[in-house]
Design a protein around this ligand. Structure first.
Ligand code: SF4
Ligand code: SF4
Ligand code: SF4
Length: 158
């Protein structure tokens, strides 16, 4: 892939479930480091991910939360031979947001699939029908794939 094509891939729209901003495994220093992934033939990060959420898109590892969520297990960083991912760069992922227009609960239907999937108890319902994501969201993504309407997506990316 040409250099210009590589950088434009960061802004290219993704399939429906990842139409949002692409999210990378939570162990990188800067996005530009992923250029080195183009020289990696083994793609070990994808192979070792216990949740199967690392998907190689145009040579770059991207998290696909439609499959599952990230346990922050460090395995992808340990397996990365080119040190694009490093355990010492471990960070939280960008917090999620719920789109009230797409959320069933916000339209009066009983649904709490996202809250049930959140081990961090970061989704709080105001009354019965207004789920909101709180400040302790780690961005793990476990709530994304369980939402029947795809109402949950990555919020602001630094
Ligand atoms: S930290 Fe673990 S679960 Fe998360 S992307 Fe890396 S290998 Fe997968
Ligand atoms: S799972 Fe989706 S539709 Fe259900 S309450 Fe959560 S955000 Fe709304
Ligand atoms: S709301 Fe909970 S399940 Fe969803 S990304 Fe945040 S911490 Fe993970």
């Amino acid at each position: 892939m040409e250099r210009r094509e590589f950088f434009s891939s960061f802004t290219r729209p993704f399939r429906r479930e990842e139409r949002r901003t692409p999210i990378y495994p939570p162990y990188f220093h800067s996005r530009e480091d992923f250029e080195r992934c183009l020289d990696c033939s083994d793609k070990s990060c994808e192979k070792v991910c216990e949740e199967g959420i690392i998907e190689i898109v145009d040579g770059i590892p991207i998290l696909n939360f439609s499959r599952s969520g990230c346990t922050f297990c460090d395995e992808c960083a340990r397996a990365c031979e080119l040190a694009v991912l490093k355990v010492e760069e471990k960070r939280f992922l960008p917090a999620m947001v719920i789109d009230p227009i797409e959320c069933l609960a916000w339209h009066g239907t009983i649904c709490s699939s996202c809250r049930d999937a959140c081990l961090d108890r970061a989704i709080e319902f105001v009354g019965l029908f207004r789920p909101e994501i709180k400040g302790n969201c780690t961005g793990c993504g476990f709530c994304v794939g369980v939402c029947p309407t795809g109402a949950i997506s990555v919020g602001r990316v630094e």
